[in-house]
Design a protein around this ligand. Structure first.
Ligand code: ISL
Length: 559
């Protein structure tokens, strides 16, 4: 396998408004990020992915971009950005930007022009359709509830928005639109940024004729992900983007691709480098959906470990030697890893966070750490609707409780507590001072009350912290081709309590074990006692006894 830097890197994701405020307005900003680069160096990560920082009305926290070439003023100026990028490079950190080009904001001047008439220069930049019998052109529902179409009287037409009404979808069939996108990409790459995370990039090519989507019996609209994901021209568009732009720079790319299987990933993330370097697949984070398909992801059931192992193992083995994986437990759209997949009670939180880190960081692929994950930050456990900020959560509550009456209020609040994106968006917990050292003003969003115990200052003062454990996991990966490139084999797949797998490379083998329960188990199915313990989350090794949430990694000679 050819070694390239994206394969050898660990990426740290920063949600700018929640990372570090520097100018006392309660919102994180670029100078705040710059003040924390030493912290990132200490952790040992190689690349930073910044969620969108461009000018935006923030209907969807920056994923609705009004100007791709300017910095949103609450984050700072373009000079601040240039300084941050230079300082990151000084710190040996690469920077990848969020590229959101499935849609723009409705405030973008392209859309402001487009909606005026059917014959202006931007008329065809978006996806406009005539009403059908006085209604929406098809049954598509928005990812954020309600129909995916909004009527504009000036044009007498509907425009398509797979997300909020303020996020109109760009028309990728229009060559001019594609050229605009390639141009804005060059603008950032010529500044020296090191790549892109591409938002919902597998939704850019819509099926010809925009046919109705499959619709679950109780669901008010058709499932737009099933209708649009991995559309007819998406690979062609990405190949064109690769030829025109990506291939001309030494950068990394990761495409966000919900609803994608390993077979499709072979194209997107192929090793010949004709499209992207890797994708974010969603199969593990979409486990334990509601049994009523109309409610999709909204649920509060724990995951089934056997299913989780099947998902990861399929991606690990099917992509091996053909495409490259990204590895993540959580991000700004997902609940906190330790709460969703582990155990966030005070007794087990740190053990579970380290165990999850071990299982993920020993796999083949590029690991992503979401801000605060390295501290074992937890879900916020909100109890009432007024605590939520994210439009996805708020709209889903109204749709399923008030309009469709598919669930009662308390049940939906339980679902939000478990799955809401807001769990990931509370401010970074730096220390135990007011507002956790994130800001000295009123924060734009409340700090998780557990910040007095869970914070970076406490973690840095404790040799046994989740932080230092992650530091060691990252160091091990940097030092080991076996961890980066070894093949993967699942062990004991039916075991409902333990995740066990091996990696193998050049005559050496790793055995990775994780106890996903709060019980002490006897687990002797592998030759672990003959190997050298590389890392573990207890301070001694009791051989076949696996204590609650224990994780161990052994290095053994392969036969
Ligand atoms: O999580 C989902 C819906 O609950 C996914 O199906 C969906 O693809 C995901 O939300 C897409 O996320 C990305 O695009 C959104 C933005 O709100 C997210 O923050 C971003 O990560 C629209 O730009």
């Amino acid at each position: 396998m050819k070694s390239t830097w994206f394969k050898d890197s660990v990426v740290y994701q920063i949600y700018p408004q929640s990372f570090q405020d520097s100018n006392h307005d309660g919102v994180g900003d670029l100078k705040g990020i710059q003040s924390r680069l030493d912290y990132l160096n200490k952790l040992g990560v190689d690349v930073v992915w910044l969620n969108p920082i461009y000018t935006s009305p923030n209907q969807d926290n920056g994923y609705d971009i009004a100007d791709y070439r300017s910095i949103q003023s609450r984050y700072g100026s373009m000079d601040d950005f240039d300084e941050l990028l230079a300082d990151m490079h000084e710190h040996d950190l690469k920077l990848i930007m969020d590229l959101v080009v499935n849609h723009t904001s409705d405030q973008h001047h392209w859309f402001q022009e487009s909606k005026k008439s059917k014959d202006n220069p931007y008329a065809d930049y978006y996806i406009w359709r005539d009403p059908v019998d006085g209604h929406e052109p098809n049954n598509w529902g928005s990812f954020f509830s309600g129909p995916a179409w909004t009527y504009v009287p000036e044009r007498g037409q509907y425009y398509l928005h797979l997300f909020a009404d303020g996020q109109p979808d760009l028309n990728w069939e229009n060559e001019k639109v594609r050229e605009e996108v390639y141009d804005l990409m060059r603008f950032w790459l010529d500044k020296g940024v090191d790549g892109f995370r591409m938002d919902v990039i597998n939704l850019i090519s819509k099926p010809a004729g925009l046919p109705d989507a499959p619709q679950a019996p109780d669901a008010p609209y058709g499932n737009v992900e099933q209708a649009v994901a991995n559309g007819p021209r998406v690979n062609e568009f990405l190949q064109e983007m690769n030829r025109e732009v990506l291939s001309k720079y030494d950068i990394m790319t990761v495409g966000e691709c919900a609803g994608t299987t390993p077979d499709e990933a072979m194209h997107y993330a192929n090793l010949d480098d004709t499209e992207l370097n890797m994708i974010f697949q969603f199969e593990h984070v979409n486990l334990s959906p509601n049994e009523n398909p109309a409610l999709t992801k909204w649920n509060d059931e724990p995951i089934d470990l056997v299913e989780l192992k099947q998902v990861f193992s399929r991606w690990q083995t099917e992509l091996d030697g053909k495409a490259w994986n990204s590895l993540y437990w959580n991000n700004h759209d997902q609940p906190r890893a330790v709460s969703r997949f582990g155990n966030d009670t005070p007794e087990y939180r740190e053990l579970a966070a380290k165990m999850l880190g071990t299982i993920l960081h020993m796999m083949q692929g590029t690991p992503y750490v979401y801000e605060g994950e390295e501290l074992g930050m937890t879900n916020v456990h909100f109890k009432q609707l007024s605590d939520y900020e994210d439009l996805e959560s708020i709209n889903a509550y109204h749709q399923f409780v008030d309009e469709e009456q598919l669930v009662d209020s308390q049940t939906m609040l339980n679902y939000l507590e478990d799955r809401s994106r807001d769990n990931a968006r509370t401010p970074m917990q730096w220390d135990d001072s007011t507002h956790a050292g994130f800001t000295d003003a009123t924060p734009w969003y409340g700090v998780n009350p557990n910040y007095t115990d869970i914070n970076a200052k406490a973690a840095l003062a404790d040799d046994e912290s989740v932080f230092y454990y992650y530091q060691k996991l990252i160091q091990l990966r940097h030092d080991s081709e076996l961890i980066r490139y070894g093949s993967y084999r699942l062990l004991d797949g039916d075991n409902p309590d333990v995740y066990a797998y091996e990696r193998e490379y050049n005559g050496q083998k790793l055995v990775v074990l994780g106890n996903f329960t709060d019980q002490t188990l006897v687990y002797g199915a592998v030759e672990q006692t003959q190997g050298k313990l590389l890392i573990g989350n207890y301070d001694d090794d009791q051989g076949e006894t696996l204590r609650p949430y224990e994780a161990k990694v052994y290095l053994v000679d392969a036969e």
